[in-house]
Design a protein around this ligand. Sequence first.
Ligand code: SF4
Length: 389
Amino acid sequence: MSRAHALLSASSAHRWMACPPSAKLEAKLPDTTSEAAAEGTLAHKVCELKLQNYFDTTNMSKRKMNARIKKLKEDPLWQEEIIGHADTYLDCIKGLAISFDSAPSVLIEEKVDFSKWVHGGFGTADCLMFHGDTLHVIDFKYGKGVPVSAEKNPQLMLYALGAAQEYSMIYSMDRIHLVIVQPRISAEVSEWTITLDELLQFGETAREKAMLALSGSGEFNPGEAQCRFCRARATCRARADKNVKLAFATEKKPDQLTPEEIGEYLQQGEDVARWLSDLKEYALKESLLGHEITGYKAVEGRGSRAWTDMDKAFDILIESGTPEEMLYERKPLTLAQVEKLVGKKDFAAAVGDLVEKKPGKPTLVPKSDKREAITNIVSAEEAFGDTEN
Ligand code: SF4
């Protein structure tokens, strides 16, 4: 039981709650911390410093904050865009704090203990805010691959449980407001509000799932969300069985698929392609380690050519008659690159009115997506104009 925390973290709760045996299976596999995770840690540190400076200037002066950020910039993984994203996070929290009629109580990078529900469970909440009858749990996500929704988010709900338990004697908390700021994916935050009773109900479900996960019982339950970053995603038999079954499903053989079947296949097939790519990635890694994967081997991919000394090559070409201007192309930066270069605020002030928003290419998304549905159907009004005139 002493490894309970390692087994059942809040950030992997979406997985062990959906697929309880995943916890023990993952524990057998190496945890390969990615570069993206290390970048996320850097970005979180900047966010923390900015919040401390805003809410507690006495202890974190601007000078002190800048000195700390300067130090963080020495990290080889530093990216200048971190500053802009941390500002977006700060703006969101500032906006929330000043929307109240009195100052809220704010806790930054607060350790929360939710072991009452999940054995050994604790984590660190990016920002907790108490005001009126509401506990606000605000989380910063630096990832840019998968949007994370605040709705029914088990990580934030576990943090909320821990915070509600710890501070219930000091603050009243009838409502729980969960917020996720993920600026590399969207300028809009994801928010969700529940009552304390609903949160406590979730706590009971989490407790049941945690017990299953800790005892290694419960059913494997492959699914797109829980399998995506599971350490066992390439070698898990349950996921393989499900995807093979889906990929080679033969029971239905209609001449033409119905719209219901198309929707069903699209939904069921979401994970098949991802699973195959996970399997290929794993097989390549194994082959490179010299391990046999039946019927496959690793080879050198198609190479590419590169100058060993481009300046020298260009000098030779120019000397031998190639006009210099033909060797270079002058290209403007993209709008997004220019905005990044000058900063969001200055960009908006200087050239914001020269930017128009063009509609994107039609994209197929699940019904749950918040964007409004579009069609190409021409309405009678568009086709015939105003019929009254
Ligand atoms: S790959 Fe999916 S089904 Fe298998 S253990 Fe992980 S989450 Fe569960």
